[in-house]
Ligand binder design. Structure first.
Ligand SMILES: NC(=O)c1ccc[n+]([C@@H]2O[C@H](COP(=O)([O-])OP(=O)(O)OC[C@H]3O[C@@H](n4cnc5c(N)ncnc54)[C@H](OP(=O)(O)O)[C@@H]3O)[C@@H](O)[C@H]2O)c1
Length: 335
């Protein structure tokens, strides 16, 4: 890129191995350290996702470069671009692909990314709101669209969301409720019920009420489900979905293993829909963000959103890895 809008040095949160010791923290980085790309962005907001937690630790198996600036999503303003359709001054957001894993991410004052990753910020969203939704909320929206494409509609019956206190789960609750669904929240945190009620949940299950082990099939209960938890909850969801219903499987907060039987599939025609937000083609990504800003807009966008700086992002990264998420963290980078 001939003209650069990025200063020679700027501040970033970096995860790296130095002399065999893994460390995370804020330090200066150089413009020359950023990856390739046609577009440079002054990052205003990023967010904290479970994957960011993994990308920031040595044993996380997510970081594919070292050093790595984590941050799998960002919102900010274009400062320079070699692509005519993406002009300086444009408000944009970026997430998915290699951002924050194999390409430096959003935990820095500046980012350089391929033009093919750029999503113009929908006019009905601020950058902070977009990051309050973030990759987690985008995945929740994808899940709702997948379930509805398979035939789910509000009159079909109750819909279960697992990991409801977390980023994916909470946003799924808020999107489904706003669309008129009867939303039930499966959460291990009883003290989150009030917040989840404000997002639109009308019923609650504790983890004890949804054990991973049980009979191969149980009473048909759910017209659909969004599962962000994996091992601990997906077997229960599959056993209790109604005939022909589907679950969008989008996460593994409790682990990746899935112990189940084929009976939900072959005796009830249940469907397991896989969600991968990372590789969604850019045109679909832009279209879905425009829907998130309008007809898939979550209820109570500000509910349960905490703000951290780059200096205190470590605390949030550790908390999300420990399963302590309560809503979403936005990272104020240079807003
Ligand atoms: N497929 C994709 O493209 C995609 C995109 C984004 C995220 N994800 C994945 O989705 C998952 C959730 O992400 P997130 O950002 O929502 O994370 P999060 O904010 O940490 O939320 C996860 C929630 O899962 C529940 N949970 C955690 N550990 C558990 C355990 N051992 N047993 C039962 N429940 C447990 C907790 O909710 P309760 O306390 O309320 O039960 C926790 O708040 C992660 O695995 C993430 O990697 C996937």
């Amino acid at each position: 890129m001939a003209v650069t809008g990025v200063p020679e040095t700027f501040t970033a949160f970096v995860a790296e191995r130095i002399d065999g010791v893994h460390r995370r923290g804020v330090r200066d980085v150089r413009s020359a350290d950023l990856g390739p790309g046609e577009v440079e962005v002054r990052v205003e907001w990023s967010s904290v996702n479970y994957k960011d937690g993994l990308a920031s630790i040595a044993e996380g198996k997510v970081a594919r470069i070292d050093p790595l600036i984590p941050g799998i999503d960002l919102a900010g303003k274009v400062v320079s671009s070699t692509v005519a359709s993406i002009a300086p001054g444009l408000d944009v957001l970026v997430h998915g692909y290699d951002l924050g894993t194999a390409h430096h991410g959003g935990y820095a004052e500046f980012a350089r990314v391929p033009a093919s990753w750029i999503v113009p910020l929908p006019p009905a969203l601020t950058g902070r709101q977009a990051m309050a939704i973030g990759t987690a909320g985008f995945t929740a929206a994808m899940s709702v669209v997948a379930l509805e494409t398979r035939g789910l509609h509000p009159a079909a019956g109750p819909v279960l969301v697992t990991g409801a206190s977390g980023g994916v789960g909470g946003t799924a609750v808020a999107i489904l409720a706003e669309r008129g669904y009867e939303v039930w929240a499966l959460t291990g945190k009883a003290d989150e019920h009030d917040r989840l009620r404000a997002l639109g949940a009308v019923g609650f299950l504790s983890r004890d009420e949804a054990p991973s082990e049980g009979r191969p099939l149980e009473s048909e209960r759910w017209a659909g489900a969004v599962d962000a938890v994996g091992t601990a909850t997906l077997p229960y969801v599959l056993r209790t979905l109604r005939r022909g219903a589907a679950v969008a499987s989008c996460g593994n907060a409790s682990g990746p293993a899935l112990v189940t039987t084929v009976f939900p599939f072959i005796l009830r025609g249940v469907a397991l829909l896989g969600m991968d937000s990372v590789a969604v083609p850019i045109a679909e990504r832009i279209e879905l963000w425009n829907r998130i800003a309008t007809d898939l807009r979550p209820r109570s966008l500000g509910e349960g959103v905490s703000e951290v700086s780059l200096e205190d992002v470590t605390t949030a990264l550790d908390a999300i890895l420990a399963g302590e998420a309560r809503g979403r963290w936005v990272v104020r980078v240079a807003a």
